[in-house]
Design a protein around this ligand. Structure first.
Ligand code: 8IG
Length: 276
């Protein structure tokens, strides 16, 4: 038998997800590195589904540490928190990387908040700062819209990506904090960090932030006409900027230190979204 199209797989997962949650979710939040602790005070879970129970979700790379989708209510808005993103650098195809977000959107989420931990290329950004993504450079050399064409009921794959990161949602975020910085996010395959020369190149190309996620998910979400809010937590200055070497441990620690503040911001944002 031939493999079903990735969008059909996502439809199947969406059906299971909605059954398990009892009703469709409204908003999805993809939680990136450094964001795990941010959801502690957001609200009592009213539903939870392990990725293991959903078709097409890859098995966890560390046994027992698979992802899950947790549902919380913010006022009358049903928010699906997606914990346990997978990356290109784990050897997954682009279609696998975007499977969770496609599943959430096909289950009913018309708004997606995509978060990540990243390095700052723009020297104006400090470690621990949240930055709204205004636009991206997809430097992964791939697209989730490549491969066999989608079933006819789907939009064409030649998707316009003007205003991919919703100006409307960014304005709502600035309603929470008028000083919210914005920047251009460069998405690379990783998993190594950049050389200082690569960071100079990326700065010349217009990038403010650099990371290993987000761009493929945004493309997949826009293909399905969901509105995207992208938000980056700066966990380190990019390579070559401080004279110090980058260390994964420091990056993880910066994420942990920022957890509470990030959670408060995420909560305020979701409240504002629910009210708008
Ligand atoms: I967290 O400095 C985090 N992720 N490519 N470069 C890239 N990805 C990152 C970085 C960084 N920090």
């Amino acid at each position: 038998m031939t493999e079903p199209h990735p969008l059909i797989r996502a439809e199947q997962a969406a059906t299971t997800l909605t059954e398990r949650l009892g009703a469709p979710p409204d908003v999805a939040v993809v939680l990136g590195s450094g964001w795990a602790d941010s959801i502690v005070g957001l609200g009592e879970p009213v539903g939870e589904v392990a990725f293991d129970d959903l078709p097409g979700f890859p098995p966890p790379s560390v046994p027992g540490h698979g992802g899950k989708a947790t549902l919380i209510d913010i006022d009358s808005m049903r928010v699906l928190l997606l914990q346990g993103r997978v990356h290109l650098y784990e050897g997954h195809a682009a279609s696998v990387v975007v499977h969770p977000i496609r599943t959430a959107i096909l289950a009913g989420c018309r708004t997606v908040m995509i978060t990540n931990g990243c390095g700052a290329i723009n020297p104006a950004y400090g470690v621990g700062q949240l930055v709204l993504i205004a636009d991206h450079l997809n430097l992964t050399a791939t697209s989730p819209l490549g491969g066999p064409s989608a079933p006819e009921s789907y939009p064409i794959r030649f998707r316009d990506l003007t205003d991919a990161y919703s100006p409307r949602l960014r304005a709502i975020a600035r309603g929470v904090d008028p000083t919210f910085a914005e920047g251009v996010y460069a998405g690379l395959p990783g998993p190594h960090f950049e050389t200082p020369a690569e960071i100079s190149m990326l700065r010349t190309m217009g990038a403010d932030l650099v990371g290993m996620s987000t761009v493929l998910e945004t493309i997949a979400a826009r293909h399905l006409d969901a509105e995207v809010l992208g938000m980056s937590l700066v966990t380190n200055a990019a390579a070559g900027m401080t004279g110090e070497a980058l260390s994964h441990d420091e990056v993880v620690e910066a994420g942990r230190d920022a957890g509470q503040a990030v959670g408060a911001r995420l909560g305020a944002l979701l409240e504002q979204l629910a009210a708008s």
